[in-house]
Design a protein around this ligand. Structure first.
Ligand code: PGA
Length: 242
């Protein structure tokens, strides 16, 4: 667990670590698979990765990315979609091949959803599994959109969003009535299988749930608490919780 006073400092260190891993793989002629998060928490990390690309010529040609989640019902052109978010903050500014970018679609018909989610999961496995997973936390205790009650062996699937999550997102959607009710998310198992995790939580509003997650009981009621069992994680926070 690393506590520093600014999310910028954390983000710079994480970006440097990711860059080092990318460069290492380039030397070996190998790809690296990143699991990416959205929301306010990772924005500066993406800004920093873009800076490394522009100022230090860090190439992302050998990088494959899988995003954690997407709101159901939103098309890629919707500026509230995570597809839009990722392109705005990262993908439009780096040289990652577009075929290396995987983001769950929010527009899969119900009939095809099960197959689609299995396919997403299968694609992650086929490409070697996630090497580095970036995570934030929601005030409901979710990671990805694995809301309270998510089981440890859950995989990519459609989920109902928790009321806390919808309330927190409602500002972005001009009111609760316009806020999506469901999402597609990687599962707890998908996340726990990542070889390395960078968990980030910034600001007082995340203090209580982060404390529960890492110092409380390990329980499905606080999905992030399962991270206590992950062997290779770094917890980056800007508040004291002991
Ligand atoms: P935030 O969301 O980064 O916007 O706080 C994090 C999350 O809900 O996982």
């Amino acid at each position: 667990m690393i506590v520093v006073d600014s999310k910028e400092n954390h983000s710079r260190k994480i970006a440097r670590n990711i860059a080092d891993e990318i460069l290492l793989r380039q030397k070996l002629n190998k790809n690296i698979v990143l699991g990416l998060a959205t929301g306010s928490t990772p924005i500066f990390l993406y800004t920093e990765l873009v800076r490394l690309h522009i100022e230090e010529q860090l190439s992302f040609k050998n990088v494959i990315t899988f995003n954690l989640d997407e709101y159901c019902g939103l098309c890629t052109e919707n500026d509230k979609s995570y597809y839009h978010f990722m392109h705005k903050y990262l993908f439009n500014h780096i040289d990652i091949p577009s075929e290396n970018i995987f983001i769950p679609s929010g527009q899969v018909e119900q009939l095809f959803l099960k197959d689609y989610c299995e396919g997403y999961e299968h694609q992650i496995q086929k490409l070697g599994g996630i090497d580095i997973q970036i995570l934030g936390i929601g005030r409901s205790g979710h990671i990805g959109f694995n809301e309270p009650g998510s089981e440890i062996d859950s995989v990519t699937r459609q989920v109902k969003l928790h009321e806390i999550t919808r309330n927190d997102a409602s500002g972005d959607f001009d009111g609760l009535e316009n806020t999506p009710t469901h999402a597609i998310t990687m599962g707890m198992q998908t996340i726990m299988d990542a070889k390395k995790i960078f968990f980030m939580a910034f600001g007082e509003s995340k203090k209580e749930i982060t404390k529960k997650a890492f110092f409380g009981e390990i329980t499905d009621a606080v999905p992030a608490s399962h991270l206590q069992k992950h062997k290779h994680k770094t917890i980056c926070i800007d508040f004291n919780i002991k």
